[in-house]
Design a protein around this ligand. Structure first.
Ligand code: SF4
Length: 301
């Protein structure tokens, strides 16, 4: 979200899972989710008794729309006995077909955990093929994925990083693991939005570039006025649909309510809750700028 939303109007700030947890913890019966649709659905899954509103029903996500629950059922038929780990950036019907969810912070640990629990060295990690490749580089598990991607992060290239370094020789490059592995291989540090933000807070580099969505970078910049941010970011067209005016309209009119089919709320909640209930896993704070590993990426026929 843009800094005026992130820093000025939100009661809570965080990634999709953190916001869903805040939505569940608050006593407020109505939640306005200033985020994209899958985030509002995740809040509804964890708080089915609350009214969840979103300023724009068109605030989607290329990752979430890349796969359906029916696709996951086909994957499970094709790879029986293989646990399904699903990124939180997915719709409720996909989560409902899932054994456990993950975030970009804990994906490696969730994969290791579920493989140990199931006694297998294979895992289905969907739907982001790049996150899957980057996770596969951090584990010896065999990763089957889906040919989905974040339309913002997949546009970055290794050449982009090389050009940034050529123009800014002392710049520190941080990249999100939804970027292709070749991009991470050029970075100094790779991790989730929270991990990148934590890196800047702690290290206070003189010059830094965050290879991620523009608003994410802007929000970290607003919190670190002594750091110079180089900004060749890509804007998410979906997040852009959430505006201050839209939030005001939602507060005034109560539109648009986000609902989830009651038949899938419980299995979807279980997949999210299993991740929440795991013993502290730590986080993957650095994907250590490795080349990604090979994965099997399945496409819809
Ligand atoms: S940046 Fe936009 S397209 Fe990419 S994962 Fe986030 S919401 Fe989806």
């Amino acid at each position: 979200m843009t800094p005026e939303i992130f820093h000025a109007v939100g009661d809570f700030r965080g990634d999709s899972l953190a916001l869903a947890r805040e939505a569940a913890a608050t006593d407020a019966p109505i939640i306005v989710q200033a985020g994209v649709h899958f985030m509002a659905e995740t809040s509804k899954i964890l708080s089915p008794e609350k009214t969840i509103l979103i300023p724009s029903l068109e605030a989607g996500c290329s990752l979430a729309s890349s796969i359906t629950g029916a696709d996951v059922r086909l994957l499970k038929e094709r790879y029986p006995g293989v646990p399904v780990v699903t990124y939180v950036n997915t719709t409720a019907d996909v989560k409902a077909e899932t054994d456990i969810c993950c975030t970009s912070s804990n994906a490696v640990q969730v994969v290791e955990h579920i493989c140990a629990e199931w006694g297998t060295d294979h895992v289905i990690l969907i739907p982001d093929q790049y996150l899957a490749k980057n996770v596969a580089a951090m584990t010896d598990k065999k990763v089957i994925t889906w040919a989905g991607s974040c339309e913002v992060h997949e546009r970055f290239t290794a050449e982009d990083i090389q050009e940034i370094r050529a123009g800014n020789p002392d710049v520190v490059v941080l990249a999100h693991p939804e970027c292709p592995p070749e991009v991470l291989a050029e970075a100094d540090f790779a991790g989730s939005t929270a991990a990148m933000s934590g890196y800047v807070d702690k290290e206070q580099p003189k010059n830094v570039v965050l290879i991620t969505e523009c608003s994410m970078s802007d929000n970290v910049a607003a919190a670190n006025p002594n750091v110079n941010f180089v900004r060749p970011c890509n804007l998410c067209p979906h997040m852009k649909r959430i505006s201050l005016e839209g939030i005001l309209r939602t507060l005034e009119t109560g539109e648009h309510e986000v609902t989830v089919d009651p038949a899938i709320i419980e299995p979807a909640r279980l997949a999210v809750q299993r991740m929440i209930d795991l013993p502290p896993l730590g986080t993957t704070s650095n994907f250590v700028a490795r080349k990604g590993a090979d994965v099997i990426a399945v496409e819809r026929r």
